[in-house]
Ligand binder design. Structure first.
Ligand code: NAD
Ligand code: IPM
Ligand code: MN
Length: 356
């Protein structure tokens, strides 16, 4: 089959890891007889430098007309000036909103061979297999009023936490449906002891639970949940959280897997689907060829599964990553003492070869 994929690498290690995600897709194309037409675009800091905006109309169009989008990461110290009129991250946020991808699926899988690479004790990591559903197009990131204003009392910065019941309901349903196809447990995360948006969130989850009698719903306060995620991570199945809480909890959960560099994501429910590793541009290691490309490769696998309907092909990519890790190859972020670290492109080559 023929597919059109928009490839937006972005900044820092974004293009480095995205090239390996693309390599995995091309290996799938060869092994299974598909043709992926790749359309590249600038986004983020590189787009500010070249076009004066983090997201041009052309790239917005390119993303909209593709079958799916493979995204790297945006941002970096070069564009971090707090008084700059725009930032690389604005391009990413605009794209997510434009594509209406409100459900960001972030699976957290622990490879048994990597438990020694995590700072957590192996017995804590045994049996960990959770998926975080992060609300992606609402909350503090987007709601108005937002901005910086001069007041008689001085400068004031404003962000607003706002959620409508329908925004909450649609993302919770994604969580319930996912849980239904897994171990049947849903943890709804909120801060209902303080926040009005959270009280609406909790009430909505409780109301929906009647429609999903096969799913066990538990409510968790976000601060306690952050603690439990490292204390008893194996007890979680599906976690659903609003935008900011989900952002923070998934960076924390990456430590279970051993590295941020391993975690993929799929942003769904708008079309086309949007796929990106959960990590950022890693300015501390950018340009060195040592970044872990597995997050991007596994994001490409999620794209095959969720947007392109290529289930068998997606499983082949997942298996290839597993095989390469079983063979003992480690990028620097997960290498333990005595391991010779594998570079980004070599890791991508190994996975591509393992695909077929
Ligand atoms: P980061 O995720 O870029 O890096 C955090 C740490 O994890 C760093 O030590 C980095 O070296 C390491 N790391 C991340 N990905 C890795 C990989 N694939 N392989 C090996 N090590 C990896 O987070 P940060 O440093 O807080 O942010 C840097 C920039 O990235 C900021 O401008 C931020 O806004 C941006 N960012 C973008 C996205 C995105 O585009 N989706 C996501 C997160 C952060
Ligand atoms: C992520 C990132 C982004 C977010 C930033 C760069 C806007 O941290 O994708 O997790 O907060 O959504
Ligand atoms: Mn994040």
């Amino acid at each position: 089959m023929d597919f059109n994929i928009a490839v937006l690498g972005g900044d820092g290690i974004g293009p480095e890891v995205t090239a390996e995600g693309v390599k995995a897709m091309q290996a799938v194309g060869r092994a299974f007889g598909h043709n992926f037409t790749l359309e590249y675009g600038d986004v983020g800091g590189i787009s500010i430098d070249r076009h004066g905006t983090p997201l041009t109309d052309g790239v917005r169009e390119l993303a909209t007309s593709a079958d799916a989008v493979l995204f790297g990461a945006v941002g970096g110290p070069k564009w971090d000036d707090p008084s700059a009129p725009t930032r690389p991250e604005d391009g990413l946020l605009a794209l997510r909103a434009h594509l209406n991808v409100f459900a960001n699926i972030r699976p957290v899988k622990v490879y048994p061979e990597l438990t020694d690479s995590s700072v957590l004790k192996p017995h804590v990591l045994e049996g960990v297999d959770m998926v975080v559903v992060r609300e992606l197009t609402g909350g503090l990131y987007y709601a108005q009023p937002k901005g910086r204003t001069q007041t008689p009392q001085g400068i004031v910065g404003v962000d607003t936490m706002r959620y409508s019941e329908s925004e909450i309901e649609r993302v919770l349903r994604v969580g319930f449906e996912l849980a239904r196809g897994r171990r049947g447990k849903l943890t709804s995360v909120d801060k209902a002891n303080v926040l009005e948006t959270s009280r609406l969130w909790r009430a909505t989850a409780t109301r929906l639970a009647d429609e999903y009698p096969d799913v066990e719903l538990e409510h968790a306060l976000v601060d306690a949940c952050a603690m439990q995620i490292v204390l008893r991570p194996a007890s979680y199945d599906v976690i659903v959280a609003e935008n900011t809480f989900g952002d923070i909890l998934t960076d924390e959960a990456a430590i279970l897997a051993a590295s941020m560099g391993l975690l993929p994501s799929a942003s769904l429910s708008g079309t086309p689907g949007f796929y990106e590793p959960i990590h950022g541009t890693a300015p501390d290691i950018a340009g060195q060829g040592i970044a872990n490309p597995c997050g991007s490769i596994l994001s490409a696998a999620m794209m095959l599964r969720y947007s392109l309907g290529l289930t068998e092909e997606a499983a082949a990519v997942d298996r290839a990553v597993q095989t390469v890790l079983e063979q003992g190859y480690r990028t620097a972020d997960i290498a333990t003492a005595g391991d010779a670290a594998t570079g980004t492109t070599q890791m991508g080559d190994l996975v591509a070869n393992a695909i077929g």
